[in-house]
Design a protein around this ligand. Structure first.
Ligand code: BEZ
Length: 212
């Protein structure tokens, strides 16, 4: 069955470069970026895993853990990690699942046979601390992912989960946000948005980011 935003992320136990992982236990109270790559020892994937390692300080600020997956075995991942660290000037600091039996790839629909029968595509899942899927993106094999965009989405999710707002196109931390259309009571709005707001249309009201 297709996975949807809002569904509980399927649980699994699988081997990784950091030992056996029971996914829901491993998530704990954190946000998770689960991302698949087609194959070890390939150029785009090498740059991606280096880029994700370098984002560790940004992940820590937001309580995010990253976890990679491909159908290559853990032993292969471990050999490849030496190349990643050498060429990307990065120290690997998150686990990669060795999904040789395709348990995780199948659970998360990461194999798209119209592209390739056996390899995983470049999938990304953002999973929240309640183990719910909050974002799904699939990239083609030839396009390295924009992990700044994935961080930006987590910033938006963390903000909109705790305030009655949504974020506009191309929003970044610190920029104005949109008041949720469901919020209509003026007294409640004044309490929630003491800096005020601009009503461009009754359904489009913008306010400074409330937690800044
Ligand atoms: C890569 O990571 O470079 C790659 C992997 C599979 C197909 C094409 C490119």
């Amino acid at each position: 069955m297709a996975l949807h935003i809002g569904a509980v992320a399927p649980d699994f136990t699988q081997e990784s470069t950091e030992g056996s992982i029971h996914f829901h236990d491993w998530i704990g109270k954190d946000w998770v970026i689960l991302f698949s790559h087609p194959k070890d020892f390939t150029p785009v994937c090498t740059t991606e895993l280096g880029a994700v390692s370098k984002l560790k300080p940004e992940f820590e600020k937001r309580h995010i853990k990253a976890i990679g997956v491909s159908v290559d075995p853990v032993e292969s991942h471990k050999k490849w990690i030496a190349d990643i660290e050498d060429t990307q000037n990065a120290k690997m600091n998150f686990p990669i699942l060795g999904d040789s039996d395709k348990k995780v790839s199948k659970l998360y629909d990461m194999i798209h046979p119209e592209w390739n029968d056996t390899l995983t595509v470049r999938s990304v899942f953002i999973i929240d601390p309640n183990k719910k899927i909050r974002l799904i993106i699939t990239y083609p094999a030839s396009t390295g992912r924009n992990f700044q965009e994935i961080l930006r989405v987590i910033d938006s999710l963390q903000l909109t989960d705790s305030h009655s707002v949504a974020t506009p196109a191309d929003w970044k931390q610190g920029q104005d946000v949109i008041i949720a259309p469901s919020l209509q009571d003026p007294d409640e709005m004044k309490k929630k948005f003491p800096k005020g707001w601009k009503e461009l249309r009754p359904y489009l009201r913008v306010t400074p980011q409330p937690d800044k």
